[in-house]
Unconditional design. Structure first.
Length: 136
C-alpha cells in the first residue's frame, strides 16, 4: 500500500473512533410568541418583564415518566442560597400522544438572569434538560 493510501485510511479510522455520536437529543427552546413549526428556528433568550415566555421541551429518547417538573431559578449575586432562588415551579403530565415534547408558557415580572430546569418526576436529582434566559 502506498503511504498516501495508508494515511487516508488512518485518518478515516481516527475520524470514526475519536468523534462521538450523540444518542440523546434533549433541550429547551424559548420564544416570545407561541412556538409553531414556522418560528421554531427563531428561538430567543431575552424577554420583556410581564410578558409570556413560551417554551418547548423536547427529547429524542421518549420521555418515560408520566410527569415532569419544571423549575425556574433566578440567578444573582445578591440572592440568598448560593446565588439562586426558585421563582416558579410546576408539575405537568406528559400526554400519551406527546411523549417526545412538552409545550407551555409562564410569566416573570422581575428583570434578571434565569435558568429553567426540567426533571423527570421519577428522578429529581438530575435534570433532563436546562437552559438560561434573560428578562429585561
Amino acid at each position: 500500500m502506498s503511504k498516501k493510501l495508508k494515511l487516508i485510511l488512518c485518518l478515516t479510522l481516527m475520524l470514526f473512533t475519536l468523534t462521538g455520536c450523540k444518542d440523546k437529543e434533549v433541550g429547551i427552546l424559548f420564544n416570545a410568541e407561541p412556538i409553531t413549526k414556522d418560528n421554531v428556528l427563531h428561538a430567543s433568550k431575552t424577554f420583556e418583564a410581564g410578558k409570556r415566555i413560551y417554551y418547548l421541551f423536547y427529547s429524542h429518547p421518549e420521555i418515560k415518566s408520566q410527569f415532569i417538573r419544571v423549575q425556574v431559578f433566578k440567578a444573582g449575586d445578591t440572592v440568598a442560597k448560593g446565588g439562586y432562588s426558585i421563582r416558579w415551579t410546576g408539575d405537568y403530565r406528559i400526554m400519551k400522544q406527546n411523549h417526545y415534547y412538552y409545550y407551555n408558557y409562564f410569566v416573570l415580572h422581575e428583570p434578571g438572569r434565569y435558568v429553567m430546569q426540567i426533571f423527570s418526576i421519577d428522578n429529581l436529582s438530575i435534570p433532563l434538560a436546562w437552559d438560561y434566559f434573560y428578562v429585561r
